[in-house]
Design a protein around this ligand. Structure first.
Ligand code: MTE
Length: 334
C-alpha cells in the first residue's frame, strides 16, 4: 500500500470537515484520531489503536440499534415491492454496513464513526411538532405517523451526495413531506419550512460542550418542501432507521447537499422568512441556504466536479441537482 499516492478523492479529513468543527478542541481523543485520519494511518501501518479500525456488522448494528416501532407489521420490514418504481439509482446500491459505519451526525461526533457514540440516545418514545403558519398544527408520535390516513408509505431508491464529495445509493422508507405539510394546512403567509433536531446533550456527547449553535436546524422554501422528491424517512434498507442515520425520523432531499437532510427531527415549523440554519450560522461563506448539488460551483476548499461512492470508492462526475433536474429544475429559474 502506498501512503503517498493520494487519489483525487482522498481528501484529508481536515479539508472536508468544516473548519469550525475541526477547531473544536473538545473532541474525544479517539474521535480526534479518527477525525484527523491518524487512526487509519496507524491501522495501515499495522499498529493497533484500541477500538479503531473496521468494526464487525454485529458491533455496528448493536450500537446503532434497530428501533422498535409500535406497528412494525404494517410498515417494517419494508418489502422490495414497496419501492416506488419512479426512482432508480442508475448505479449499484451501497452496502448497508458502509452506510451505517460512515455517517455525519455532529451531535454525537465530529468523526464519521458516530455509531460508536449513540449508545445513550433514546429515539423512543418520540414526538414531532408541526407548527407555525398553518391552520391545523399537530404533534405526532411515531404511532400517529404510522397510522395517519393522509400519509402514503413507500420506499424510494435515492442517490445521496454529501458536500464533502462522498455519495451513496440507499433505499429509504417513509412518505412524501408534502403530504404532511398539506395535512397541517399552511396559511397564505407561509413561505418557508424550518426543521429542528433534538437538543439532548446528556444523550449526545458532542452537544455537551455547547460550542455549536445547537440544536441543528435546516430550512427549505415551501415550494421545495412540497416538491415530490422531498421525503420524510423512518426507515433504511427495509428496517427502522439506525440511530446514527437519524432515528427515528429524518428528512431526505436527494437534489441538495447532504447537510440539508436533517436527522432526528422534533419540530417542523412553517414561517414567512428564511430560517437561519446550523451551517449558515457557523460559516455563512461556505454553505448557502439553497445548497443544491452543482459541479460548477466549487466549495471554497475543494472541487465539486466528481464524487466517490462509499464502499466501492467508484468515482463519478457530479451532476447538477444530483441528477434530479426533471423534478426540481423548474424550482430554480436561471
Ligand atoms: N442532521 C443532524 N441533525 N446532524 C448532522 O450532523 N449531518 C448532515 C445530514 N443531517 C447531520 C444531519 C450531513 S453533513 C449529511 S451528509 C447527512 O446527514 C448524512 O446522512 P447519513 O449519515 O445518514 O449518511
Amino acid at each position: 500500500m502506498n501512503f503517498f499516492a493520494r487519489r483525487p478523492w482522498d481528501l484529508p479529513q481536515r479539508q472536508h470537515t468544516p473548519e469550525a468543527v475541526y477547531a473544536d478542541r473538545k473532541l474525544h481523543r479517539r474521535e480526534f484520531l479518527e477525525t484527523t485520519g491518524i487512526s487509519g494511518l496507524a491501522a495501515g501501518l499495522g499498529l493497533s489503536l484500541a477500538g479503531c479500525g473496521r468494526a464487525s456488522k454485529e458491533e455496528v448494528q448493536s450500537a446503532g440499534g434497530v428501533q422498535t416501532v409500535s406497528k412494525p407489521d404494517k410498515i417494517y420490514p419494508a418489502q422490495r415491492e414497496n419501492r416506488n418504481p419512479k426512482f432508480e439509482y442508475g448505479r449499484t446500491e451501497s452496502v448497508e454496513q458502509d452506510t451505517a459505519e460512515f455517517t455525519n451526525f455532529y451531535e454525537f461526533a465530529a468523526s464519521k464513526s458516530s455509531w460508536r457514540y449513540v449508545g445513550k440516545f433514546q429515539p423512543d418514545p418520540w414526538k414531532v411538532e408541526i407548527t407555525g403558519l398553518c391552520s391545523k398544527p399537530m404533534t405526532l408520535d411515531m404511532d400517529d405517523f404510522y397510522q395517519h390516513p393522509g400519509l402514503k408509505w413507500e420506499s424510494r431508491d435515492y442517490r445521496h451526495r454529501c458536500v464533502e464529495t462522498w455519495a451513496m445509493c440507499v433505499p429509504w422508507t417513509g412518505f412524501a413531506l408534502r403530504d404532511l405539510i398539506r395535512a397541517v394546512e399552511p396559511t397564505a403567509s407561509a413561505k418557508y419550512v424550518k426543521f429542528v433536531t433534538f437538543d439532548k446533550p446528556h444523550e449526545a456527547p458532542h452537544m455537551e460542550a455547547r460550542t455549536f449553535p445547537w440544536p441543528y436546524t435546516e430550512g427549505l422554501t415551501l415550494a421545495e418542501a412540497t416538491n415530490e422528491l422531498a421525503f420524510v424517512a423512518t426507515g433504511l434498507y427495509g428496517h427502522p432507521l439506525p440511530k446514527q442515520n437519524g432515528a427515528p425520523i429524518r428528512i431526505v432531499l436527494p437534489w441538495k447537499y447532504g447537510f440539508k437532510s436533517i436527522k432526528s427531527i422534533v419540530r417542523i415549523e412553517l414561517t414567512d422568512t428564511a430560517p437561519p440554519t446550523f451551517w449558515n450560522t457557523i460559516n455563512s461563506a461556505e454553505y448557502d441556504f439553497e445548497a443544491n448539488v452543482n459541479p460548477e460551483v466549487p466549495h471554497p476548499r475543494w472541487s465539486q466536479r466528481t464524487e466517490w461512492m462509499l464502499g466501492s470508492r467508484e468515482v463519478f462526475n457530479t451532476v447538477r441537482y444530483n441528477g434530479y433536474g426533471d423534478w426540481v429544475g423548474k424550482l430554480y429559474p436561471a
